[in-house]
Design a protein around this ligand. Structure first.
Ligand SMILES: *[C@@H]1O[C@H](CO)[C@@H](O)[C@H](O)[C@H]1NC(C)=O
Ligand SMILES: *[C@@H]1O[C@H](CO)[C@@H](O)[C@H](O)[C@H]1NC(C)=O
Length: 204
């Protein structure tokens, strides 16, 4: 890691924030340092370094085809498919770590969003906008096993690629909103043969 030293005369540090997304599949840790040099007052960062490696909550979601709806109409998803969506949230750093395993997904991943695997803000039995888009699970354990997995961490600001009311549905989203009421959120993944969703499950 290269450390660049800046000579700060009139400039000083307002905030520095460290986010450490851990790539669970490769074991890599990426450190990102954001420094705001535009202010001349110094304010201590409230973030405790211990917060970087701590989850403020975890969520285990069993996603099934039966829970998929379009609006309030059940669409059935992909029969025989299932998903285990495991999340670890760090609300101090606006980070969510995910380990998503899909069994018997079929068709191609398909969604107007940047990926087809999401957390949506939606009550049970209802549709709602995606707030976080995760990398789509990739086949593991050989092509015949039909198990797919995606694991890693994402830190906000979030971008879904879906625009509603003139802004991205991830814009301004903070993972603490999930912790405030996980019953308002669900995770799912969408397929070309089940556009409304292949499998879905509520976070609580
Ligand atoms: C993800 O979950 C699967 C299934 O429970 C597990 O086998 C795997 O070790 C987990 N991966 C990580 C990186 O935690
Ligand atoms: C959901 O239903 C509406 C109204 O019937 C339809 O226009 C739309 O294409 C459906 N969306 C999906 C993803 O199936």
């Amino acid at each position: 890691m290269k450390i660049t030293t800046l000579a700060l005369s009139s400039l000083s540090l307002l905030t520095s924030s460290l986010a450490a997304p851990v790539d669970l599949s490769s074991g890599k840790i990426t450190l990102q340092l954001n420094i705001d040099l535009n202010q001349d007052s110094v304010s201590a960062n409230s973030l405790n370094v211990n917060d970087l490696f701590t989850f403020s909550s975890t969520h285990a979601v069993q996603a099934t085809p039966e829970q998929v709806v379009n609006g309030t109409t059940a669409t059935g998803g992909i029969s025989g498919a299932s998903g285990a969506f495991h999340f670890g949230i760090n609300s101090a750093t606006n980070t969510i770590c995910y380990n998503i395993t899909l069994h018997n997904f079929a068709g191609e991943f398909s969604s107007p969003a940047v990926t087809a695997t999401h957390i949506h803000e939606a009550l049970v039995g209802a549709s709602g906008p995606p707030r976080i888009a995760f990398p789509n699970p990739e086949p593991i354990g050989g092509i015949t096993s039909n198990v797919r997995q995606s694991a890693g961490c994402i830190t906000g600001p979030f971008v879904t690629g879906v625009v509603m009311d003139g802004k991205d549905t991830g814009e301004g989203f903070h993972v603490s909103q999930i912790e405030a009421d996980p019953t308002k959120f669900m995770s799912d993944t969408h397929s070309s043969i089940a556009l409304a969703g292949a499998v879905r499950g509520q976070l609580a």
